[in-house]
Design a protein around this ligand. Structure first.
Ligand SMILES: Nc1ncnc2c1ncn2[C@@H]1O[C@H](COP(=O)(O)OP(=O)(O)O)[C@@H](O)[C@H]1O
Ligand SMILES: [Mg+2]
Length: 462
């Protein structure tokens, strides 16, 4: 197995030797680059267990750099940032990086940050080391519905069957897949994750199956695919619903015969890999609509684990929230941070369309902004009728009557605001006064409803 790799960007000359030495002693292969440009180049054709970025390097705009790193897909792995707290403290949440360390870097903290955010047991840490965290997180499944999922996964782990994990985005499907691997006889082998929606078809094909040297222009050396890398272990195919039809056929073949060939190779390879897949799509519908092969669907869906949305297991919300507080307060150095009880109550009533991921990010922001009363981080009150539905996740399939009411009131509000803005020619001070809400509240609502964007597109259409 290859050594896990770390990309180290712009770490200044004074601290670089210490950090590189530390990472190398822990078995990481480090690629250190001095500029943002070099970092982006390094990310073109290799991926890293994580990326460590010093924001005080050569004066690069931090937001810009992070966005560029992220635009390279998942190749950077989680991003850990070293920042001068005084300069960057408030930007951490907006940067949406996994961890922020302040200068001077304390190696113990660095280790803690790595343990906390790097989720690649086979690639970066031994299975025993991540096992502890995995078991703790599984222990947070307290609702009856999650116990069902837990029982099914424990059963499925004992036999080598293919499992399809379904559920909305952010519910914890990946955690389920890791747990299946962990409780299986393959736990000492690799767990390899591939996101089938993250890249174009050709790239994904070479990612999955690898290629021979000279297979196509640009194939300078042999590339081992993820199926080979997962030999004697588990491959986790995330977002399987987005798999290109040509690759669906190829995957079916691997599932049937355990065989495939690298791109450009004559010989077939046989691998011993257990396949787990996940999707937030309705695959049965995709089959009915001809977007997903029926034979592949049945091959994948030998066992189905359904992960219910967080709103259907609201009892877990405070448990999860406290767990995230514990994890991130340490990471962001906010010892003693605690969510106020009234806020916790509001959280349990919030529908969380983005599920556990949304809750996790919310807690992270509250900690970074030191906002235990949830005054600076927006969470529109569910009762007041304005909670966000994140654009990335589909609305729940069957809205409750309450939800229908909320949506209607949101729509009515949006209408009234739009009309008033038109009437005042977008004079927001006057509009706010006429609507009898505060100026700030109006700005917030405009942003929330995406009216600003509408206004500018309307303008450019003129
Ligand atoms: N029981 C849990 N305990 C702690 N964290 C969880 C739990 N379930 C989900 N998470 C966290 O929520 C986020 C989303 O989970 P993930 O498994 O990636 O969801 P999905 O694959 O369904 O989109 C991850 O950061 C994950 O660590
Ligand atoms: Mg996922």
């Amino acid at each position: 197995m290859t050594e896990p790799r770390v990309l180290v960007v712009e770490v200044d000359a004074a601290t670089r030797p210490g950090i590189l030495g530390f990472l190398r002693r822990r078995g990481y292969q480090c690629v250190a680059v001095a500029s943002a440009g070099a970092a982006l180049e390094a990310l073109v054709d290799s991926s890293f267990s994580f990326t460590l970025v010093d924001l005080n390097g050569n004066g690069t705009d931090p937001g810009e750099l992070i966005r560029h790193l992220k635009a390279r897909g998942r190749n950077s792995g989680p991003i850990l940032v070293i920042a001068d707290r005084l300069v960057h403290s408030l930007d951490a949440a907006e940067l949406a990086v996994e961890a922020v360390l302040s200068k001077p870097v304390n190696l113990g903290e660095l280790q803690h940050a790595i343990d906390t955010v790097v989720r690649a047991p086979s690639e970066a840490l031994g299975p025993e080391q991540t096992g502890g965290r995995l078991l703790r997180e599984i222990d947070l499944w307290r609702s009856p519905k999650m116990l069902d999922a837990h029982l099914i996964l424990r059963e499925a782990a004992r036999v080598d069957v293919t499992v399809l994990v379904t559920g909305e985005t952010g519910t914890g499907k990946e955690l389920i897949a890791r747990a299946i691997h962990h409780f299986s006889s393959r736990r000492a082998g690799p767990f390899v994750k591939v996101n089938c929606a993250a890249m174009p078809r050709e790239l994904l094909e070479s990612e999955l199956f690898g290629y021979e040297r000279g297979a196509f222009t640009g194939a300078h050396k042999l590339k081992i695919g993820k199926f080979e890398a997962a030999h004697r272990g588990t491959i986790f195919l995330d977002e399987i619903g987005d798999l290109h039809p040509a690759l669906q056929a190829k995957l079916l073949h691997v599932l049937q015969d355990g065989e495939f060939s690298r791109i450009g190779a004559k010989a077939t390879l046989s691998v011993d890999v257990r396949v787990l897949a996940a999707t937030n799509q309705d695959l049965e519908r995709a089959v009915a609509e001809g977007r997903f092969r029926e034979d592949l669907y049945y091959r994948l869906n030998v066992v189905n684990v359904f992960v219910p949305p967080l709103r259907e297991r609201a009892a877990e919300i405070p448990i999860l929230a406290n767990y995230f507080v514990e994890r991130y307060a340490k990471l962001y150095r906010r010892d003693g941070f605690a969510i106020a009880p009234t806020v916790m109550e509001r959280l349990t009533r919030h529908p969380f369309p983005g599920n556990v991921r949304e809750l996790e990010n919310l807690v992270k922001r509250m900690i970074v902004l030191d906002d235990p009363f949830l005054t600076r981080v927006p969470l529109p009150d569910a009762v007041a009728g304005g909670e966000r539905l994140s654009s990335s996740s589909p609305p729940p399939p069957e809205p409750s009557l309450k939800e229908i009411g909320r949506r209607a009131s949101r729509a009515a509000e949006r209408e009234a605001i739009t009309r008033m803005l038109e009437r005042t020619s977008w004079n927001r001070v006057r509009a706010a006064r006429a609507l009898r809400i505060s100026y700030r509240a109006l700005l917030y609502k405009i942003k929330e409803a995406g009216l600003e964007a509408e206004r500018s597109s309307a303008r450019s259409a003129l």
